[in-house]
Design a protein around this ligand. Structure first.
Ligand code: IYR
Length: 226
């Protein structure tokens, strides 16, 4: 088989910052990211596809196992496709809230105020369905093994959420369960597993968010320094 060889090139290093500038920038980024909230009330205001393209390209720059980039992003603005996704998602959510979830799970999400109704799937200007490729296929149509797929796609999705937040767009990380219907509606092959459905747009002017979801664990709880 034709294996690409190790071919090191000089690193194009980001600018070297002084210690105080590093700290200022770290805190400025923290301030920006702390403003991110998961939003469920979207305006239907237009968002330029070029902005979505740039944010998805940011996601595509993420690190991945063996650099196989085991992801695919389907960006949907077509109203009929959004409607089909809403209808399928609400069918799953009705089963979920109707008993499939179990009492403990429903109690855990009670503070989020969610229910089976998902109008934002039609109202928001963009839905981005993130798919994880279980395996790849090479030019000859043979299977190519992928590595650390959920980790890789999770990192890329994090890049995407922060890129969207950086341009002032709100997101909802939505995971109707199961999400298999996304393969059918979006015509993706079965080797791709739906990973998350991101709802993207401007928040509506009357958007509210659950107080409880804004409470983040303190640094002392989430970290140790040795
Ligand atoms: N997927 C459902 C339920 C839900 C589950 C979790 I875990 C959440 O953090 C929020 C909601 C829904 O979207 O309503």
């Amino acid at each position: 088989m034709n294996m690409p060889e190790y071919d090191p090139v000089p690193l194009v290093a980001p600018e070297r910052l002084s210690a105080p500038v590093m700290l200022t920038r770290a805190k400025a980024h923290l301030d920006l990211m702390r403003q991110r909230r998961t939003v469920r009330d979207f305006s239907s205001e237009f968002v330029d596809p070029a902005v979505i393209e740039a944010c998805v390209s940011t996601a595509g720059s993420a690190p991945s196992g063996a650099n196989h980039q085991p992801w695919h992003f389907v960006c949907v603005s077509d109203p009929a496709t959004k409607r089909a996704i809403r209808e399928a998602a609400e069918r799953e959510e009705e089963a979920f809230y109707g008993g499939k979830a179990g009492d403990a799970w429903l109690q855990d999400i009670d503070p989020l105020g969610t229910n089976a109704s998902k109008p934002f799937l039609e109202e928001a200007p963009w839905l981005i369905a993130v798919f994880a490729e279980r395996y790849g296929v090479n030019d000859a149509g043979q299977k190519r093994k992928h590595y650390y797929v959920p980790e890789s796609v999770g990192i890329a999705t994090g890049f995407l959420i922060s890129a969207l937040h950086n341009v002032g767009l709100a997101t909802l990380t939505h995971t109707p369960n199961p999400m298999k219907f996304l393969n059918e509606i979006l015509e993706r092959p079965s080797r791709e597993r739906p990973y998350v459905l991101l709802v993207v747009g401007h928040p509506s002017s009357s958007a509210t968010v659950p107080r409880a979801a804004g409470v983040k664990k303190p640094l002392e709880t989430i970290s140790s320094f040795i």
